[in-house]
Write a protein that binds this ligand. Structure first.
Ligand SMILES: NC(=O)C1=CN([C@@H]2O[C@H](COP(=O)(O)OP(=O)(O)OC[C@H]3O[C@@H](n4cnc5c(N)ncnc54)[C@H](O)[C@@H]3O)[C@@H](O)[C@H]2O)[C@@H](O)CC1
Ligand SMILES: [K+]
Length: 495
């Protein structure tokens, strides 16, 4: 599992070490210089002779960067520090100067041509403008520097120091211009912005330099990896029968939109549920695609409702209402056309699966007037959290990185899917996969309010991996994603 901690938690964890005289900045700079050297060797075959530009802000993030620059000069790198603030870390600046690094100032307009020339000639740029102390994004000379580097051709390798400067460290927002990094070298522990969208998309590959930090409490956001998903996945015992493995009820699709029903069911069947019961007018199409499905009412352990349910489909909406009325005891995945039927408050084993537009509509319907899709996309965590607080439900917000907020505000961020997965019907398959997990672990999901969020994250992960597996590097159809799920699960649980 990848874990992350807030800026405050990091500072609290650093405190005892700093008080004990542990040279944290020295360790950070040493690790940073090592990773930069490795990246240079990979990019150009050798370190010596490379040209590096340091973007240096006012705080310790700039200090790390200056110290790393001093270490790089000793390895034969020509280092130019560009100071974006009238005052920078004094020790760091002294170290770089002693190592014969060159120093330019972006703060007086006169030297800008030299800065531009240095940036254009750089093989690597270290972004040390702001770290965990940054507030409100890069501005002034720092913003100009970010623009210069972003426009440089050929593009230098960009290494973010601790975090890409100007991200909301704790909430994953982008506070204005952010320099897209190829590599982020982060110190001690990951920060939430390195897992959360949209900031995480600016981080590139993330490597962690161990500082010996031991942060307190639960992580602020986590990302499940294969071994975590494997332990969550319900695997049938020898004596299992189909009812014990879980029966999933699916209220999806309609005569007009049978595809959503077929795809939801496909996700569930392929994820390994004991049995699927389908309710709705798309029975013939569902049976044609999945003869193992039972059409009609009966006992179930969990539900998926809403995919492809049209606003004017009274019969299907009545079924959704019936299911939601029983949600106190049965886990339910609430998608698309069922979101507006959600009761005022629900338990955490009710999992909403909106995309950004649907989440905006849900929030607007609950008093957050004027929230738009763009607002949600700019701050996915804040809006998913708001929806969880307003409803009590676990909220899985679909996107290139899927964010899940569950009981107690626990946050998962899964970035497992190729961009090709942004395709019609993919969300229906996801709902089915998650429904299968909730049906297989229904009792646990009802008694342990933390579990639904973990299962939602696991479903998103497997959905993403299945999209990769269906056609590595190329386009995928939603049905093919479902088709790849069994193989992905087999590899997971037999690893
Ligand atoms: N505490 C430590 O000893 C360690 C800190 N580390 C580094 O230190 C960083 C945190 O250092 P700081 O607390 O100094 O924080 P920053 O380096 O993020 O800088 C904070 C400074 O920038 C100013 N500032 C904030 N927002 C600004 C903005 N938008 N525009 C211009 N100036 C702004 C603040 O007034 C403050 O002076 C970490 O990210 C990490 O890189 C690491 O060296 C590990 C050890
Ligand atoms: K930075």
């Amino acid at each position: 599992m990848l874990t992350s901690w807030t800026a405050d938690a990091v500072r609290a964890a650093e405190e005892p070490l700093l008080a004990a005289g542990v040279p944290l900045m020295g360790r950070a700079a040493f690790g940073l210089a090592g990773h930069v050297a490795r990246a240079l060797r990979e990019a150009r075959g050798r370190v010596r002779g490379a040209r590096a530009v340091l973007l240096v802000g006012p705080g310790n993030n700039g200090g790390d960067t200056l110290h790393a620059g001093a270490l790089l000069t000793r390895r034969g790198v020509a280092v130019t520090a560009v100071l974006a603030s009238p005052r920078v870390h004094a020790d760091g600046l002294a170290a770089l100067t002693a190592a014969h690094g060159r120093v330019l100032r972006a703060t007086d307009g006169t030297g800008r041509a030299d800065v531009t020339a240095a940036v254009r000639a750089a093989h690597v740029v270290l972004d040390g403008l702001l770290g965990i102390g940054g507030r409100g994004g890069v501005r002034g000379p720092a913003a100009w520097l970010v623009e210069e580097v972003a426009a440089a051709q050929p593009r230098p390798l960009v290494v973010a120091v601790d975090v890409p400067s100007g991200v909301g460290v704790d909430d994953g927002t982008r506070q204005g211009a952010v320099l897209d990094a190829d590599l982020t070298v982060t110190f001690g522990v990951r920060k939430p912005a390195l897992l959360l969208p949209p900031a995480a998309h600016a981080a590139g590959r993330v490597v962690l330099v161990d500082l010996g930090l031991d942060p307190a409490g639960a992580p602020a956001a986590v990302r499940l990896e294969a071994e975590d998903v494997a332990t969550l996945w319900p695997v049938p015992g020898r004596a299992a029968h189909k009812y014990a493995r879980g029966v999933l009820g699916v209220v999806a699709g309609s005569a007009r939109y049978p595809g959503a029903a077929v795809l939801s069911v496909a996700g569930a069947v392929r994820a390994g549920v004991g049995m699927v019961r389908y309710l709705g007018a798309a029975g013939p199409q569902v049976l044609a695609a999945h003869p193992e499905v039972v059409v009609g009412d009966g006992r179930v352990q969990a539900w998926v409702v809403g995919s492809g349910v049209a606003p004017d489909d009274d019969a299907q909406r009545e079924r959704v209402r019936d299911v939601l009325a029983r949600a106190a005891h049965e886990p339910v995945v609430v998608d698309a056309g069922a979101l507006d039927l959600l009761p005022e408050r629900v338990p955490a084993h009710v999992v909403l699966t909106p995309h950004a537009g649907e989440l905006a509509a849900l929030l607007a319907a609950r008093g957050a007037a004027g929230v738009t899709r763009e607002d949600v996309e700019a701050a996915p965590l804040a809006h998913a959290r708001r929806a969880h607080e307003l409803t009590g439900a676990t909220v899985l917000l679909k996107g290139a990185t899927t964010v899940v907020v569950g009981h107690g505000g626990a946050v998962h961020a899964q970035a497992d899917a190729p961009a090709w997965l942004a395709t019609a019907g993919a969300g229906d398959v996801l709902g089915g996969v998650l429904g299968a997990l909730l049906a297989g672990r229904a009792r646990d999901a009802v008694t342990d309010p933390m579990l639904p969020a973990a299962l939602a994250a696991a479903a998103a992960a497997v959905h993403g991996w299945a999209a990769h597996a269906a056609n590595p590097g190329g386009p995928v159809a939603a049905a093919d994603v479902a088709g790849a799920v069994p193989g992905v699960v087999a590899r997971l649980v037999s690893a």
